[in-house]
Write a protein that binds this ligand. Structure first.
Ligand code: ADP
Length: 729
């Protein structure tokens, strides 16, 4: 694939135009001397033309172009090169003017001509971002007002003042007005014409459309004929039909509409040439006996005709560019939509689908979800109502979410749901984003998140297995004590059975004693069975199951399991249970696993402390303010190094020879999944560590975040203003 193909035509055009601008700028910098020489020659020729078009007995020329040419050049060249162009025109100005004017007049004209061009160009460059293109109404308006009226008026007044002071003229106002309007016409027509063409050439956008040549010729011909009729007809016709002056207007408008700035400026210049010829030959509408009045009337007429045409051309150019930008952004927007893997649909404020992307169109054929079958023009709200009525809960959820986003009640919405297709389970995430525009609307994005959910489920499965292994490991710590706890009732049963056998062997059987013995055996076997039952529930591999749990009960049960071990280790355990404690939603087995883990760690931490320090305290309390219940497990061990207080919750952090460093990290995951917290601190009084465990009490909805994932519940994250529903189908 060639470079041009790989970058795409639009981008290529941009790169080309940028390269052209850069080349043009660097050329301008490299060859300013040649440029200045060319400008000087053109300036000279324009001055000569201006003289040729001067009206006899009037200080007015139909087209005084040198200042306008200099203005356009300054607009197109970098500021640092201005001096070169201004200097280059000096000798040519002297050459053109000295034969007809005294030296001081030539000098004043040169200085004020340069000042006029500089003032106009500086004003446009300062006020507009890319004035060279004349593609904005404001640029054209600034050119007309500041560049063509204000700058010429200031310099003309200065020139007239200087001439009056030097006795070169006694007509201050006539000189001022005549020079102003003469320069106005040239600046208005020539500056945008030159700048527009030069800019188009430099950026590579200048193209001659030969197929439009007949149109140009036809308009020119019509304009010349009409202009000739209007301006070359003897004056008496105009006295009879003054409206004749308006005859060229439709043609001027047509030229402007068809050819923009070039059409407007070109047609007015053509008309100006014909009108000048008419005035010079005492024909046309300007036939006042005072020649200067004719000249002024003509130039004024041209100015007044030209200004609105140029403004119209600028408005059209602005519209054209805005439409092109809109088209480009639409193309971009469609390409972005088409490139998305997710299915995307855009709906208006009434829920009518206004656009769908390719992925959505393709997904219609294997629609897992009825809403995806929608096409532009279909009503999404009605479709979701249909889904809901067919008994699918996701229908009403999508409807509620869409209505909420469309009405502005919800900032955005995300829904997760699963669907079985040909016996295969797939998971989807549907997000609804509002369209930030006055007419409102929303974007519906449906993504297939099966791969992600499968990975999450796999991780969850592995974590559950790990937690189970950790549970088995914790119980392993109690194996000696548990064996003892089972052996004790078994031994008692054996002794009782032997005693019973002896009683039965006697001649006279003491039935009452045998009954007592049998009752003891039953009680012992129940005790042994309870121990086994407790072990079974801890060892069984079951899915986490949430239901209301009384933390006090779990603490007591855990102590029951651990009591023999505690006794064997010489640890004195005490409990302080808050009887007002409410139930918490949670998995009993998992919470018990955490408590046992804390008890084992506490016992191990107290292995080497004197017997009187081996104290373990488990206390519970209800933190009503924060809607939490708390369990604190305090021991009389050495405590924990302050720097390690957080680190011990990381996996594989252990100080024990045979430790794995997983107990606390798994415990924190379990408590985190219950939306609780687990942390450690050192005892404030005496020695030892205190582990705190909090769980949200049932009066607040728990957050589902972290592990293990719970499917089928509602979570609200107020901080992000985002609602997340998960639903199982
Ligand atoms: P393991 O018991 O396998 O080391 P844990 O994650 O349960 O793994 O504990 C990590 C570390 O935390 C322990 O090695 C120990 O250094 C420290 N620790 C835990 N409980 C206590 C405690 N009650 N007193 C002092 N240190 C403790």
């Amino acid at each position: 694939m060639g470079y041009e193909q790989s970058v795409g035509p639009m981008r290529l055009a941009r790169i080309r135009s940028e390269a052209n601008i850069a080349a043009y700028r660097s050329d301008g910098a490299r060859l300013p001397v040649i440029g200045a020489a060319v400008v000087a020659v053109v300036y000279f020729l324009a001055a000569k033309l201006g003289e040729a078009l001067a009206f006899p007995s009037a200080p007015v020329s139909a087209l005084w172009a040198p200042n306008a040419i200099l203005f356009a050049v300054l607009l197109l060249t970098p500021l640092r090169h201005w001096w070169l162009y201004l200097l280059a025109v000096l000798p040519l100005h002297v050459m053109a003017q000295l034969p007809v004017s005294p030296i001081e007049q030539v000098a004043i004209q040169y200085v004020l001509n340069c000042a006029e061009s500089m003032l106009g160009a500086a004003a446009l460059l300062w006020l507009e971002s890319q004035p060279q293109r004349f593609a904005k109404l404001s640029t054209m308006a600034n050119l007309i007002v500041l560049g063509s009226l204000v700058a010429p008026f200031i310099t003309s007044a200065a020139m007239a003042g200087a001439f009056t002071a030097l006795n070169l003229t006694d007509e201050f106002w006539l000189t001022t007005i005549a020079r102003t309007i003469t320069n106005t016409f040239a600046t208005m027509t020539l500056v945008p014409l030159i700048a527009h063409c030069a800019n188009a050439l430099a950026t590579g956008n200048f193209r001659v459309h030969w197929n439009r040549a007949p149109e140009v010729l036809l308009i020119t011909a019509c304009l010349v004929i009409t202009g000739a009729l209007v301006f070359i007809l003897p004056g008496e016709h105009h006295e009879r039909f003054p409206a004749l002056l308006y005859a060229p207007i439709p043609l001027l408008l047509f030229a402007t509409v068809r050819f923009g700035i070039i059409g407007a400026a070109g047609s007015v210049l053509t008309l100006g040439a014909l009108a000048t010829w008419g005035v010079l030959h005492d024909a046309g509408p300007f036939i006042d006996p005072v020649p200067v009045h004719n000249a002024l009337s003509l130039v004024l007429f041209l100015n007044v005709t030209c200004a609105p045409l140029l403004l119209l051309a600028a408005v059209m150019q602005e519209r054209k560019e805005a439409a092109a930008a809109l088209r480009r952004s639409e193309v971009l927007h469609r390409s972005v939509l088409a490139s998305l893997q997710d299915q995307v649909a855009v709906v208006d404020s009434a829920g009518i689908v206004i656009e769908i992307n390719e992925s959505w169109r393709r997904a219609r054929e294997r629609a897992h979800f009825q809403v995806i079958a929608l096409l532009p023009g279909d009503n999404c709200l009605e479709a979701t109502l249909g889904v809901a009525e067919s008994g699918d809960p996701i229908g009403s959820q999508v409807r509620d979410a869409l209505e909420g986003v469309l009405s502005g009640d919800r900032p955005r919405c995300e829904l997760e749901f699963s669907s079985s297709h040909h016996g295969q389970m797939r998971w989807f995430e549907l997000s609804i984003e509002p369209l930030r525009r006055p007419e409102r609307g929303a974007v519906i994005i449906l993504s297939d998140v099966t791969a992600r959910i499968r990975a999450e489920l796999e991780v969850q499965e592995q974590q559950q297995q790990l937690a189970h292994l950790a549970r088995v490991a914790v119980l392993g710590e109690f194996s000696g004590a548990i064996a003892h706890e089972i052996r004790q009732p078994l031994a008692a049963m054996l002794t009782n059975a032997e005693a019973g056998a002896l009683l039965m062997a006697a001649e006279q059987v003491d039935v009452e004693s045998v009954r007592e013995i049998l009752n003891d055996i039953i009680a012992d076997s129940v005790r042994a069975a309870q121990v086994v039952q407790r072990l079974r529930s801890m060892l069984r591999k079951v899915q986490p199951h949430r239901r209301p749990v009384q933390l006090n009960d779990v603490v007591q049960e855990s102590l029951m399991l651990a009591r023999i071990d505690l006794a064997l280790r010489g640890v004195f355990a005490s409990v302080k249970l808050d009887s007002s404690l409410p139930c918490v939603p949670g998995d009993r087995v998992q919470i018990q696993q955490v408590i046992l883990n804390l008890i084992v760690n506490a016992c191990q931490a107290m292995a080497d402390v004197p017997p009187e320090a081996k104290r373990l305290t488990l206390s519970t309390r209800w933190l009503q303010g924060s809607h939490e219940v708390e369990l604190a497990v305090a021991d009389g061990g050495e405590g924990i190094d302050e720097a390690q207080l957080e680190k011990i919750f990381q996996p594989f952090v252990t100080t024990k020879e045979k430790g794995l460093g997983l107990g606390l990290s798994i415990s924190r995951s379990i408590i985190g999944a219950h939306a609780g917290r687990l942390w450690a601190e050192n005892a404030r009084i005496g020695t030892g560590a205190v582990f705190h465990l909090t769980l949200p009490s049932g009066d607040r909805e728990p957050l589902v975040d972290g592990w293990p994932l719970t499917v089928g519940s509602l979570s609200v994250e107020p901080s992000r203003g985002k609602e997340k529903f998960t639903a199982e189908r």
